[in-house]
Write a protein that binds this ligand. Structure first.
Ligand code: T46
Length: 135
């Protein structure tokens, strides 16, 4: 079965001044970047996510610190820990995601294929399952 998430590894330019990583929409990602957002000041006991997207594709990075992301295609659930600023998780459309266990000071950056549109969200798990024909 084809994976419903994929790890994206970005280039790293390493020199004595530190590391530099870059990302080009359409080159390192399978889409052009329409939006960037980031989560920070996240309490360590917070849970975020808890939704799926009808069309949106995103790549999620831990720029600093770490957190867990659970992804679910309606059949199978997988857990990933993000902790390397070079390595993002590509989440395609119609995948339920939940995030928790943020470390103190963690920064989560997300590159998205579309601008924000509340109508693109399933925020109720049963509605997500129903739309997959599982309900
Ligand atoms: C996702 C995870 C990883 C905006 O106005 N513009 C935006 O671009 C975003 C992302 C959110 N918002 C508003 C919508 C809500 O009123 O900000 C509020 C909090 O959003 P939400 O509860 O969806 O945040 P998270 O962290 O649970 O989810 C977000 C993304 O929405 C989602 O696509 O995959 O981060």
């Amino acid at each position: 079965k084809r994976g419903f998430v994929r790890e994206i590894e970005l280039p790293q330019i390493h020199d004595p001044r530190g590391d530099l990583t870059f990302v080009e929409g359409g080159n390192h990602l399978p889409f052009d970047i329409a939006r960037v957002y980031y989560l920070y000041n996240v309490p360590v006991d917070a849970e975020r996510g808890g939704h799926a997207h009808k069309e949106l594709e995103q790549v999620v990075f831990a720029l600093s610190g770490s957190f867990r992301i659970k992804v679910d295609d309606g059949n199978e659930q997988r857990d990933y820990w993000l902790r390397d600023p070079r390595k993002g998780l590509l989440i395609s459309r119609m995948i339920w995601r939940e995030m928790d266990s943020f470390s103190q000071g963690a920064v989560c950056m997300v590159l998205a294929s579309q601008r924000y549109d509340e109508a693109d969200y399933y925020r109720v798990y049963d509605e997500f399952l129903k739309s997959l024909g599982h309900g």
